[in-house]
Design a protein around this ligand. Sequence first.
Ligand SMILES: C[S@@+](CC[C@H](N)C(=O)[O-])C[C@H]1O[C@@H](n2cnc3c(N)ncnc32)[C@H](O)[C@@H]1O
Length: 358
Amino acid sequence: MAQGTTTFITNPLFSLSPRTPSKITSFNHFITTRFFSPLSPPSLSSLQLRPSSSMFIVHANSNPIDSISIENEKEISHSSANLLACPVCYQPLTWITDPRFSIDAIPGSTLQCSTCQKTYAGNQTHIDLITTGETKNNDEPMPLSTELFRLPLVSYLYERGWRQTFTILGGFPGAEKEFEIMKGFLKPVLGGNILDASCGSGLFSKLFAKSGLFSLVVALDYSENMLKQCYEFIQQEENFPKENFTLVRADISKLPFVSNSIDAVHAGAAIHCWPSPSAAIAEITRVLRPGGVFVATTFVLDGPLSYVPFLNQITKNTGGFSFLSERELEDFCRASGLVQFKCIRNRRFVMISATKPI
Ligand SMILES: C[S@@+](CC[C@H](N)C(=O)[O-])C[C@H]1O[C@@H](n2cnc3c(N)ncnc32)[C@H](O)[C@@H]1O
């Protein structure tokens, strides 16, 4: 199949169209009849993961139809120790302390850029990889769409009601269902590492970790208070898999990862909050390895709303929120070099996926 074309997927897991019909009245009906075969979601939970030298391999179970097999070990990345990069020059960071991705190892973790000589350290809840100067509190001024989520109250309320309003306001299916849908898009990269970009309080980072479907989960956000919430939620959970999970503070347009090092990037309900969605998608494309998958959800602005004069300009200029159309999302992905754009719609909710060409 030619790369760069928007395609229909017809695999046993999913069946979806690149431009889904806009007249969908019932999301449940739509999802169950159109996207899921009765075989699909349960089969994912029956996967077993086995570590190899630097990666995990997903083993197929006995049923060849409802199982997932990742055959090509070379396509699944890299030693995770060399993943983190300087957000200024993108050279790999050198661990001064034991190179270990674990929630318990965050406090005291220290890394240094051998080019810039800048040192980055972990605090109680996350590794801080924001580029700042020498003085404290000199973070770059960010738009409201970024700063809003740094407020302790907003971070506290986010998973305690705020996120749930997205279902009423926009038609978001809810975390569990969104996770089930996105697993179909992530199928080619299961067993690899995943960056949950703009993770908030870790709604999906936690699901990724607990699913056991990824070799490493990096939960990244700009908001230190969202990361603190995520850390606290994890501490409250019994038997949370704390190894191969880390929390990182960074800006979406300066991702602290080596180029071509990430198998999957997820960004839930975040594109509309980013100061520059096009710059962010370009940056995501840089860190994805060839064959890596980007999957994201957001609110779209199209249909009659897109005819309201200057609506997007107003939201952008008053708060930094960018509500894009499906077409613009596709354009940004293509402009960054991503291919195989797909999307699923329900009212204002959209889930998009695109792949970095091999
Ligand atoms: C609506 S929340 C989404 C949280 C979660 N991913 C979800 O699916 O519910 C948007 C998140 O984007 C983050 N964000 C906004 N601007 C950002 C930036 N410049 N860099 C990284 N994250 C950013 C916010 O801190 C916030 O946690």
